[in-house]
Design a protein around this ligand. Structure first.
Ligand code: UDP
Ligand code: MG
Length: 314
C-alpha cells in the first residue's frame, strides 16, 4: 500500500457519494496503490447505509464508524491508526478539499519532505468569522512554534507515516501536527491547494472555535517547550513573583519608617502578601509538574529525545 486517504465525516450524507467518485477518479489514473479510510464520526443522517454500500462495492474503501460524535481530531486519529500506507493524507469530507491535489502533495513527499501542508491560497469561506481569525491564528502559531505555514487549519496535508506514529492527538490538535512533527525532526513544507465552497450540508464550526484553538495553542506551546522541564517555566514565574513580593515588602517597610505610612493603611502590604503567596504556589506547581513529567515519560518508557539513526549497534 502506498497512500492512505483519511476522511472524517460528520453528517455529510449528501457529500459521501461525490467524495468517493472524486477520490477514485483522481487517483485511479496514477500508478500508486491507495486506500480510502472513511471515518463516520457519529453521524445521525443515514451516512451509515451509504458507507456500507460503498465499502461493499470497493475493497479499497475502509470504513470506521464511531458510536457517537467524538470530534474531527478523534476521527482523524482513528483513520491514522488504521492507515497502512507509507503516506497518510487527511482530507475534509465536504468536498472543500480537492483530491486532484494529492499527486502534487505526493511529489513533495518524494522530494524528501516528511510533512507537506496544504495552503488554501484562495479560500472559499466567509471573511469575518473564518478567514480573519485564521490569518491571525496562523501568524501566532507560526511565530510561537517556529514552523511557518500560511494555513495550519487546512485538513489536506500529507504525512510520511513514521511521523504520525510518534504523535498522539487530543482536543483539536490535528491542526498542530506539522508543529509537533517538526519538533521530532520532520522536514515540513507547504504547497498551495484548491479550495471549493461547501455545496451540501453545513459547516460544523463557527467563531467559537477560535477559543478552542487558542487553548490548544497554549497546550502545544507548553508541551513543545516544557514537557520535560515544567519547573523551568513555573519556577521562573515563581522566582519573579517572589522577587516582586520582596520589593513590594521592602517598599512597605520603607514607607512605614521614612514616610510614616501605617502598614495597615498601605495597599502594598496586600500586594506583598499576594505576590509572596503566588510565588510559592508557582514553585510548588512546577515541582508537581516535574513529578508528572517523570510519571509521563517513565510509565510509557518514552525517551525525551528522538534518534535519526544508529550505527554499529547490532
Ligand atoms: N467533522 C467531523 N467531526 C466533527 C466535526 C467535523 O468529523 O465533530 C468533519 C466534517 O464532516 C468535515 C471536516 O471534519 O469533513 C471539516 O469540517 P467542516 O467542513 O465543518 O469545517 P470547515 O471546513 O468549516 O472548517
Ligand atoms: Mg469544510
Amino acid at each position: 500500500m502506498d497512500v492512505s486517504i483519511v476522511v472524517p465525516l460528520y453528517n455529510e450524507v449528501e457529500n459521501i457519494p461525490n467524495l468517493y467518485d472524486r477520490v477514485s477518479s483522481a487517483l485511479t489514473a496514477h500508478s500508486f496503490a491507495w486506500e480510502l479510510i472513511l471515518v463516520d464520526d457519529g453521524s445521525g443522517d443515514g451516512s451509515g447505509q451509504i458507507l456500507r454500500d460503498i465499502a461493499a462495492r470497493d475493497q479499497r474503501v475502509k470504513v470506521i464508524r464511531f458510536r457517537r460524535n467524538f470530534g474531527q481530531t478523534a476521527a482523524m486519529a482513528a483513520g491514522f491508526d488504521a492507515a497502512t500506507g507509507d503516506v497518510v493524507i487527511p482530507m475534509d469530507g465536504d468536498l472543500q478539499n480537492d483530491p486532484l491535489d494529492i499527486p502534487a502533495l505526493l511529489s513533495k513527499i518524494h522530494e524528501g519532505y516528511d510533512v507537506v501542508s496544504g495552503w488554501r491560497k484562495d479560500r472559499q469561506d466567509t471573511f469575518i468569522n473564518r478567514k480573519l481569525p485564521s490569518i491571525i491564528a496562523n501568524g501566532i502559531i507560526s511565530r510561537m512554534t517556529g514552523v511557518h505555514l500560511h494555513d495550519y487549519g487546512c485538513t489536506l496535508k500529507a504525512y510520511r507515516r513514521e511521523v504520525l506514529d510518534g504523535i498522539n492527538l487530543y482536543g483539536e490538535m490535528h491542526r498542530f501536527v506539522p508543529a509537533l512533527a517538526s519538533q521530532v525532526g520532520a522536514k515540513v513544507t507547504e504547497i498551495p491547494v484548491r479550495h471549493h465552497p461547501r455545496m451540501f450540508g453545513s459547516s460544523k464550526y463557527g467563531i467559537s472555535r477560535t477559543v478552542r484553538v487558542v487553548l490548544d495553542l497554549m497546550t502545544v506551546m507548553f508541551l513543545l517547550q516544557y514537557s520535560t522541564k515544567p519547573i523551568q517555566l513555573f519556577g521562573r514565574w515563581g522566582i519573579y513573583t517572589l522577587l516582586a513580593g520582596g520589593v513590594s515588602g521592602v517598599l512597605t517597610l520603607y514607607m512605614k519608617w521614612f514616610d510614616h505610612v501605617n502598614m495597615n493603611r498601605n495597599p502594598l502590604l496586600i500586594l506583598t502578601a499576594f505576590l509572596l503567596f503566588m510565588g510559592v504556589q508557582f514553585i510548588v506547581l512546577g515541582l508537581l509538574g516535574e513529578l508528572n513529567a517523570r510519571t509521563y515519560y517513565e510509565a510509557q518508557g518514552k525517551p525525551i529525545y528522538v534518534v535519526r539513526e544508529r550505527m554499529n549497534f547490532e
